[in-house]
Design a protein around this ligand. Structure first.
Ligand code: ADP
Length: 561
């Protein structure tokens, strides 16, 4: 900082910009970035695979999340470092495009960074490393195509799809119910899929959750559910072939728009007013009946008198339904949202084969199910669950975790629902990916080991400096099966070399890590596979991020003070 004077003698201060910043250049910048990336990957490494650990995260306002999903862990970690943020983005992109493999992609990127660090120390230029990685990733992706298998299924035989979703769910906290949840996910996807065009619109699948009951009570509903009940307990709870009036106008007399004053000084006047009001209600109900409505769904509430009248005139009603839900109901039932009673016509009514109110056990909780809708293939997955589900599941996780459960008995309910939602999302994505493209590769690290062998062999054909990077890429691929073995309590190096030599000897790319101690390394027998596009995406995304990190040689950041 310096003080200077202009030509009129006025003082001004010169701030040297660089003094306000800290700066890292060249190899220091790369090393610092690499260690930030590695730190993030290290956190996720222990979560990989069926025996992976869960993480507990607490948000600034005290909310606790327990999860096993890579994208969620990173999302909630609230990292500050820019490179760490890149890793978060990496996991998010995998989640966005594929939906599964969010932990694996970060572990792979971490391994690539670790290898790059060694190469940098040996004096290899970052650009050479980036180029070598790029070549190696192409070799790996092509190799995956070669070892991929076709996965056969049809609308009448969805069992293979269920098996795949079960693989995804087996590494999640909800694995106790993996069979039923996988069936629900696959049935939901098949319900909204166009199998001819190989297209699935996941937006037609709504995932709802309500605390209570058990995970086993989770169900698939061919329609929509609304977290409301009939406005009067004596209204019918089961309406077949419902004709639904979807209203955004309240059941009440219109209010004058300007200020007004009503003098009521006699009993007659009061009674008159009351009768008028009643007539309004009566007219409104009559209007709904005239057009043929057998159910009213209303955005607003209505007072006791209107409610009583509706019940009396045998017109069931649901009140206080949110705008978004109202829209969804209108789309699904082929009805129109009606803003004024005068506009109600028979064509504007929505149609549903069955509307019913369901109550849950002894609780006061009730929900409205709108099923067999006229117009839509939309389905809803309705998740139930409570803290009991955590307890049941403790057997499959480590003992130290048991201590946690007592801590959040109260919080547990909501967390269970949230974690189930995330797991179902992964399963839905896997089923969707298979319908779009039914090529698969085998999991448990089998595909990575096979790629590693192919990349290693290719390195020998490259005479340049890149061969070191290509070889390093092969080593990085090995870190996935190593992490799987380590997390399952196996000796990582011994297990990997045994599986690798078996792959070479038998020339079969299906040998992987037997994480669950089933007794065979053959992932085909264990039914552990992943989609080809998911695995390819993992390798490509991890390579791109690592290349990006390696190419940064100048880090300028605001100084601490
Ligand atoms: P991600 O978020 O990356 O999907 P997961 O924790 O779900 O991470 O672990 C996925 C990894 O675990 C994959 O490499 C998959 O092949 C492997 N895996 C899943 N189930 C098994 C199993 N039963 N045996 C061996 N490996 C498995």
């Amino acid at each position: 900082m310096a003080l200077a004077f202009d030509e009129y003698g006025r003082p001004f201060i010169i701030l040297r910009e660089q003094e306000q910043k800290t700066r890292l250049r060249g190899i220091d910048a790369q090393k610092s970035n690499i260690s930030a990336g590695k730190a993030v990957a290290r956190i996720l490494r222990t979560s990989l695979g069926p025996k992976g650990m869960d993480k507990m995260l607490q948000s600034p306002d005290g909310e606790v999340t327990i999860t096993n999903d890579g994208a969620t862990i990173l999302e909630q970690m609230d990292v500050d470092n820019q490179i760490a943020k890149l890793m978060v983005e990496l996991s998010r992109s995998q989640d966005y495009e594929i939906g599964d493999g969010t932990t694996g992609v970060v572990v792979m990127a971490g391994a690539l960074l670790e290898q790059a660090e060694r190469l940098l120390e040996r004096g290899i230029h970052p650009i050479r490393i980036a180029e070598g990685y790029e070549m190696a990733s192409r070799i790996a992706v092509e190799h995956l195509e070669r070892i991929a298998n076709k996965f056969e299924f049809s609308a009448s035989n969805i069992e293979p799809l269920v098996q795949t979703c079960m693989t995804t769910l087996s590494s999640k906290i909800v694995n106790r119910c993996k069979r039923s949840l996988a069936e629900i996910a696959v049935n939901a996807v098949v319900a909204v899929a166009d199998l001819e065009r190989r297209d699935v619109n996941l937006e037609l699948i709504k995932v709802e959750g309500k605390v209570g009951g058990k995970l086993e009570d989770t169900e698939l509903i061919k329609g929509i559910i609304v977290d409301k009940d009939m406005s009067h307990p004596q209204m019918p709870k089961h309406i077949e072939d419902a004709k639904i009036a979807i209203l955004t106008c309240p059941f009440e007399p219109p209010k004058p728009k300007t200020k007004h004053k009503v003098d009521i000084d006699t009993v007659e006047k009061f009674q008159n007013l009351r009768e008028q009001e009643q007539k309004y209600f009566d007219d409104m109900v009559q209007k709904c009946k005239d057009v043929g409505a057998t159910l009213v769904i209303c955005q607003w509430g209505f007072d006791d008198e209107a409610n009583h009248l509706l019940m009396h005139r045998n017109l069931p009603a649901v009140r206080w339904v949110g705008g978004v839900e109202l829209e969804l109901i209108a789309i699904a039932t082929g009805g129109r949202i009606v803003p004024r009673f005068q506009e109600l016509t028979p064509e504007k009514l929505g149609k549903a084969g069955l509307v019913r109110e369901k109550s849950f056990g002894t609780t006061k909780d009730r929900m409205i199910y709108i099923e067999h809708c006229a117009n839509s293939r939309a389905v809803t997955i309705f998740i139930r669950g409570g803290s009991d589900d955590w307890y049941c599941d403790v057997s499959s996780h480590s003992v130290s975790e048991v201590q946690f459960w007592y801590l959040f008995d109260a919080l547990g309910n909501k967390m269970m629902i949230e974690e189930t939602k995330r797991s179902i999302h992964d399963a839905l994505c896997v089923a969707r990916n298979l319908i779009r493209n039914n090529s698969i590769v085998y999991g448990g690290g089998a595909a990575e080991i096979s790629c590693s062998l192919a990349v290693e062999a290719a390195a020998d054909r490259h005479p340049g400096v890149e061969q070191y990077a290509i070889r390093a890429f092969a080593d990085a691929l090995d870190s996935i099966p190593m992490a799987l073995a380590e997390n399952s309590g196996l000796q990582p190096i011994e297990t990997l070399s045994a599986v690798k030599s078996q792959q070479i000897k038998e020339n079969n790319p299906w040998c992987g890590i037997d994480c669950n101690d089933v007794g065979t390394n053959d992932m085909r027998e264990q039914n552990v596979f992943e989609t080809l596009i998911g695995k390819q995406q993992q390798i490509l995304l991890a390579t791109q991020v690592v290349k990006m990190i390696l190419k940064i040689d100048d880090v300028i950041s605001p100084s601490e003070y």
